[in-house]
Design a protein around this ligand. Structure first.
Ligand code: PMP
Length: 360
């Protein structure tokens, strides 16, 4: 039976990449050693790291004079702290747009820091996060940055156009649509993303930031200090060699698929298929404002918790795995990241229709 993994993260990786990892596992690059064994100081790893970094610049069309790329640890969650620590050096105030659980977490962590004020400028909480809020005009010279979550993994919303910030630096948590949705990335001053959705196994976090943001704050804990991490080329301590290696292979795979524009178009096609199937259903429903529907995470419900559980169980038996919704919202969620083939979404839609016939 063909199996499709709809998990929200850790998530499906391209089969071609997994096969390459398997083929190379015992003997990386004719070294006689596994990638799991090599030193982060070896030329073997330095080449892997430089290649992955160069591929990020290329795919995202970013200038390597203007932006630095860091490979950090501690997931997106650690960036909730690192961002305000490093960036609130002028106004000591940061603005957040609250679009769901992960935005809320970002605010909570920023508020734990002494000397940082985190203001929520707009929120869609009152609409149960099924839409995105209107962003008010950002006052000039007031905030060190405006923070958005580009894709809301749990609620299934995403920014289709980036908000206007009126000159205030824009920071994005791209964890769940990094390299899956194309944006004018040069509008961001800082982007971060945990790897475990579209890029690699959990354990590495990509931070891409303007070099002009470096060097302003002294005395930060070293591991959270972007300036020190940049100076040490992300090897301030032992970096996650294997994760960076897999990230490099996935980046190469994306390039071979035609880059981010092709990836974005492919993901739109998959998402459209699934949203059409749900919109045409009398049993299932996706409650998200159609203007802001995510390309990556598609939550849906029947409205009956028992029937939802039956769907998840039977889907599992048909090889459609990990469709249970996040505990905060219940129901179902299909995560259809880059590595989910179109055929996987077709199989899900077929099953949705079959289940509806049998359970009307
Ligand atoms: N931001 C978003 C948008 C996420 O989806 C997640 C995890 N699902 C996080 C942050 C937290 O990431 P991590 O588990 O890597 O700390």
């Amino acid at each position: 039976m063909t199996v499709y993994n709809f998990a929200a993260g850790p998530a499906v990786l391209p089969k071609e990449v997994l096969k390459k990892v398997q083929a190379e596992l015992l003997n990386f690059n004719d070294s006689g050693m596994s990638i799991l064994e090599i030193s982060h100081r070896s030329q073997l790893f330095v080449d892997v790291y430089e290649d992955a970094k160069a591929r990020i610049y290329k795919l995202m069309n970013l200038d390597d004079h203007e932006y630095d790329v860091l490979f950090m640890q501690g997931g997106g969650t650690t960036q909730f702290t690192a961002v305000p620590l490093n960036l609130t050096y002028q106004h000591h105030r940061a603005a957040y747009i609250d679009t769901g659980h992960w935005s809320e977490r970002a605010v909570e962590e920023a508020r734990l820091l002494k000397g940082v004020q985190a203001d929520v400028l707009a929120s869609s909480k009152d609409q149960h996060y099924t839409t995105l809020p209107k962003v008010p005009a950002i006052p000039q010279d007031t905030y060190d940055y405006v923070h958005i979550t580009t894709n809301n993994t749990i609620m299934g919303t995403a920014w289709q156009e980036l908000p206007e910030t009126n000159g205030t630096p824009l920071v994005g948590d791209l964890s769940s649509n990094f390299l899956g949705q194309d944006y004018p990335f040069e509008k961001f001053d800082l982007m971060y993303a945990g790897a475990q959705k579209n890029l690699a196994p959990a354990g590495v976090t990509i931070v891409i930031l303007k070099k002009s943001l470096l060097g302003h704050v002294k005395g930060l804990p070293s591991m959270l200090d972007y300036t020190k991490q940049a100076a040490k080329k992300s090897a301030l301590n032992t970096p996650p060699v294997f994760q960076i290696y897999v990230a490099g292979l996935v980046l190469k795979w994306i390039d071979e698929q035609g880059g981010l524009k092709a990836m974005d178009a492919r993901n739109r096609k998959k998402a459209q298929l699934l949203y059409n199937c749900l919109d045409n259903s009398k049993l299932f429903k996706n409650n998200v404002d159609p203007r802001y529907r995510s390309l990556m995470n598609v939550p849906f419900v029947t409205g009956d918790a028992q029937l939802d559980a039956k769907f998840v169980k039977e889907a599992q038996e048909h090889g459609l795995l990990n469709l249970k919704g996040h505990r905060l919202v219940g129901g179902m969620r299909a995560s259809i990241y880059n590595a989910m083939p179109y055929d996987g979404v077709v199989a899900l839609c077929d099953f949705i229709q079959q289940f509806e016939k049998e359970n009307r």
